[in-house]
Ligand binder design. Sequence first.
Ligand code: SF4
Length: 166
Amino acid sequence: MFDALVTRARVKSPWVLHFDCGSCNGCDIETLACLTPMYDIERFGMINVGNPKHADVLLVTGTVNHRNKKVLQALYEEMPDPKVVIAIGACGLSGGVFRDAYNVVGGVDRVIPVDVYVPGCPARPEAIIDGVVAALGKLRQKAVPTAAGAGGNGRFHPRMKATGSS
Ligand code: SF4
């Protein structure tokens, strides 16, 4: 019962972490535009957080390269389960125009699992918001209740702690 309540809270009010792997920053500008009053994703209960331990959704823009792939992997590992990943823009999907560069690994899914792909160069804010909504459906499917409210990787989600369940 309590787990179902927490899952509902997480899906209804997802906390989002944005990581930029690099590239031209076009997709980052579009992603940040989602936070502006014009698109205002906070009206859907979403907030942008800076700590991976607080995040439900990881938004990744830019091209993964040999230098930043370990950072991306570390951020992913630190997020509590269940979690979802959205790759944004042609660079996030495949490396985009930079895919043949010597230091480029490729798309985000070469390094961590991706749940939703948002194409475009750049991806439009409306498409990014659609991607987040699709990802929340996957988050709901992944949310398997576990003992004492712990995530699948053994970490407490901060919202569980805030309710005093730990
Ligand atoms: S997909 Fe296009 S707009 Fe987005 S970061 Fe890559 S080059 Fe820039």
